[in-house]
Design a protein around this ligand. Structure first.
Ligand code: NAD
Length: 259
């Protein structure tokens, strides 16, 4: 059992890299006992560096998810917060050439994995009538983009968030989503390096820069805190103003500061 039991354990799926790693570091710095889960064993090094815990977990495997939730509950004590960060990005391909294996994998990890993990950990939260779940969605859930598997899967994550917030609100569980804009994580960096994303286009937003992973983590930390006790079912964009800027292209784009 963890020492700081009254704070409650936070489990982060996909915590071995990028936004999940940033969430693990941010929550740990705020005194929350953190459990990193991932298919990448690098999560163990990160957990060790912040005095946290690591469990191998593939969010697409039903049995793995359920036994992992049971093990964490019995090894470390009550899980109060779940942050669903595990996810895979997608190359922008035309539907005619997008292999269905890629489509299925994105849906399996990003959409089904979020739902499966939520249900597995919520079972215990429901018994205690206390808990929070925060799902990492994406701004692509809210706009038409050429990511024909990823964007619908992330829209489903927003819908799952809303459905579960209504379902489990009466059981004391808050469920929210955070929608990152383009965030320079290892996943996006490798897409840029492979020529699959143009970095100059990625900063076309109101603030003119990419989001930092720790800025997503701070939003997650707020949503799981008591400061957000009345907030459930929302989708909070952290996007440097991408959602409010994209429609300006029709009018010639955002004004330059000297226009
Ligand atoms: N980087 C961005 O610009 C951006 C923007 C919007 C949303 N997101 C979302 O944020 C989340 C994190 O992305 P990131 O950019 O930090 O990527 P990342 O690749 O750096 O981290 C994702 C982590 O998820 C893990 N993972 C992948 N498949 C898994 C599985 N089946 N089971 C368990 N873990 C698995 C990976 O091993 C990795 O550690 C994803 O859901 C992604 O869709 C990212």
């Amino acid at each position: 059992m963890v020492q700081n039991e009254n704070v409650g354990v936070a489990v982060i799926t996909g915590g071995a890299s990028g936004i999940g790693e940033a969430c693990a570091r941010e929550l740990s710095a705020r005194g929350v006992p953190v459990v990193i889960t991932d298919i990448n064993p690098r999560g163990k090094d990160i957990a060790d560096s912040i005095g946290g815990y690591f469990y191998m977990l593939d969010v697409t495997e039903d049995e793995n998810v359920n036994t992992c939730a049971a093990s964490i509950e019995s090894d470390l004590g009550p899980v109060k917060h779940l942050v669903n960060c595990a996810g895979v990005l997608q190359q922008p391909l035309a539907p005619e050439i997008l292999p269905m294996e890629i489509w299925d994998n994105v849906v399996n990890v990003d959409q089904r994995g979020t739902y499966l993990s939520s249900v597995a950990f919520a079972k215990y939260m429901i018994e205690r009538e206390e808990g929070s779940i925060t799902n990492i969605a994406s701004i692509t859930a809210n706009r038409s983009v050429p990511l024909h598997s990823y964007a619908p899967a992330k829209a489903a994550v927003v819908a799952i968030t809303e459905c579960l917030a209504a379902e489990w609100g009466p059981r004391g569980i808050r469920v929210n989503a955070v929608s990152p804009g383009h965030t320079l994580t290892p996943a996006l960096e490798s897409a840029i390096n492979a020529g699959k994303r143009d970095p100059t286009l990625l900063i076309q937003n109101a603030l003119g820069r990419m989001v930092k992973a720790d800025e997503i983590a701070k939003a997650v930390a707020f949503l799981i805190s008591d400061d957000a006790a009345a907030i459930t079912g929302i989708n909070l964009p952290v996007d440097c103003g991408w959602l409010v800027s994209t429609s300006w292209t029709t009018y010639g784009g955002l004004r330059k500061s000297n226009d």
